[in-house]
Design a protein around this ligand. Structure first.
Ligand code: NAD
Length: 499
């Protein structure tokens, strides 16, 4: 692909990355206490973009102290709900204003194409606006109790306190926004740790948070390895809650390290979502849905439709057509205006994805199309082609384990009961898709899937207004919608003797 088709870098993005990057603690941009740094790499070019502080446990202690003070004593606890709403609305406007700069930053740091990142900040702005609306609507209940005496019983919803938030690399800015909007709306303070691979858009968000006028210490942003800095956050006795998005394996570690202090947790974890195509589906819609469900963001989406169940009578044709369809995706640098799919995040992730393709073949699956992308300069980055594996059975590793790359495992089925059983036969329970024109079948299967989200004749839709989360080992709790308010508030029950 010719470099002349590359979109020029937004000047504000260029300026941001040219300045030394620091962490945000108690309203100040600081280096790590040890002075150590770590680099962040553009996965489309393998070039170093810049470096950020490599924070450690001692930096977490300072960030938590600052968040604790802002919550316990600082001005934040005295902010009226309408004042919190105003700040969130101001931040939303700043996201809209700086949308292109943030989009370029995200494409550079994470690899997603500009086509994909272009509207992300605006979507994020809508998250802040939605939760700004909630700030003035957090109410308790008056409860009729049948106990002796003249008793008035009521509840208050109060913020939980200091929330530690930890995110993955596959959707850095949206994860950060989802980890801030709901807790701030209801009056918590936050210590936020972005993934080591993709810290930049979160650090820029920190600048916008300051510009919006949030008091010092309400949002702290720390950068550094999960195994040391992240772990300390999850163990810290002054942290009341952990909101984590990432792998199921690390989610389990977080539950363990939060156990000693009985941390409240919201966990948004991995997935192996079933996408079920019935023979009565609108064929073209089903084909597009099947492809977009797995290949969007190069397969690095927690709810990617990575297990494709296709009714046996159309299986051979559908899988062959999907393989043809997948050749239409132009892969390349996300800044190329023709790129539809960017790279995977890192050398390590590319190796993992290619290993899974090998494992699938060793277990008897057929690599129909895809694999390593080496041609036309693509070896400059971590590219993998959209990959379709046929002849898969549901017990194979490529059908059971999360690959987190553009690899779909296509499995035939004959009956509704059989496909429901296979779809649910996984430790995960994040998403599921159904393509059919039979409305009764669609709802019957949707109700039977043990997953937190189901899409019928569509896929990939989420909204700040709608709860999102997983069953089984895909997580605990929900983000977005009214459910998120429950996740960030405690209910206090108050008894008053009126006599
Ligand atoms: P990961 O679990 O390796 O890392 C996630 C974050 O946890 C990173 O910031 C990392 O530094 C930190 N971390 C690592 N070890 C830690 C520890 N011991 N204590 C505290 N923090 C620690 O995940 P990843 O590879 O960055 O992201 C991919 C995973 O995220 C996939 O499994 C994907 O399905 C999942 N994910 C889930 C959702 C969802 O909403 N369910 C959304 C996006 C991604």
């Amino acid at each position: 692909m010719s470099t002349s088709t590359l979109v020029p870098l937004n000047p504000n993005t260029a300026k941001f990355i040219s300045q030394p990057k620091k962490m945000l603690i108690n309203g100040k941009w600081v280096d790590s206490l040890t002075g150590e740094r770590m680099v962040t790499i553009n996965p489309a070019t393998k070039e170093i973009i810049t470096s950020v502080p490599k924070g450690g446990p001692e930096d977490i202690d300072l960030a938590v102290e600052s968040a604790r003070q802002a919550f316990d004593e600082g001005p934040w606890s005295n902010f009226k709900p309408a004042e919190r709403a105003k700040l969130l609305l101001r931040l939303a406007d700043l996201l809209d204003k700086n949308a292109e700069e943030l989009s370029h930053l995200e494409t550079m740091d994470n690899g997603r194409t500009l086509k994909f990142t272009a509207g992300l900040a605006n979507v994020g702005a809508e998250h802040f606006r939605y939760f700004a609306g909630w700030a003035t609507k957090i109410t308790g209940e008056t409860i009729p109790v049948s106990v002796p005496g003249n008793i008035f019983n009521y509840t208050r919803r109060e913020p939980i306190g200091v929330c530690g938030a930890i995110g993955p690399w596959n959707g850095p800015i949206m994860t950060a926004i989802m980890k801030l909007a709901a807790p701030l709306a209801v009056g918590n303070t936050v210590v936020l740790k972005p993934a080591s691979e993709t810290p930049l858009s979160t650090l820029r968000l920190g600048e916008l948070i300051q510009e919006a006028g949030f008091p010092d210490g309400v949002v702290n942003i720390v950068t550094g390895p999960g195994s040391t800095l992240g772990k300390r956050l999850t163990e810290h006795p002054d942290v009341d809650k952990i909101a984590f998005t990432g792998s199921t394996e690390v989610g389990k570690q977080i539950m363990r390290s939060g156990a000693d202090t009985i941390k409240k947790v919201t966990l948004e974890l991995g997935g192996k979502s079933a996408h079920i195509i019935f023979s009565d589906a609108d064929y073209e819609v089903a084909l597009q849905n099947a492809a977009n469900a797995i290949f969007m963001n190069t397969g690095q989406i927690c709810f990617a439709g990575s297990r494709l169940f296709v009714e046996k009578k159309i299986y051979d044709k559908f899988v062959a057509d999907l393989a043809d369809y997948s050749k239409n995706y132009t892969i390349g640098n996300g800044f190329d205006k023709y790129s539809m799919l960017g790279p995977v995040i890192s050398e390590k992730q590319k190796t993992t994805v290619l290993n899974y393709i090998d494992v699938g073949e060793q277990e008897g699956a057929e690599l129909i199309v895809g694999g390593d992308a080496t041609e036309d300069g693509l070896s400059n980055g971590y590219f993998v082609k959209p990959t379709v594996m046929g002849n898969v059975t549901n017990d194979m590793r490529i059908a059971q384990e999360e690959i987190f790359g553009p690899v779909v495992a296509a499995i035939p089925f004959e009956s509704i009961d059989e496909v429901i059983k296979m779809a649910n036969n996984t430790p995960y329970g994040l998403g599921g898709g159904i393509c059919t024109t039979d409305i009764r079948k669609a709802h019957k299967v949707a109700h039977a899937l043990r997953t937190g989200n189901v899409w019928i004749n569509t896929y990939n839709l989420t909204s700040p207004t709608s709860p999102f989360g997983g069953y089984k080992q895909s997580g605990i709790g929900r983000e977005n919608g009214a459910a998120a308010i429950d996740m960030y508030t405690e209910i206090k029950n108050i008894w008053v003797n009126l006599d």
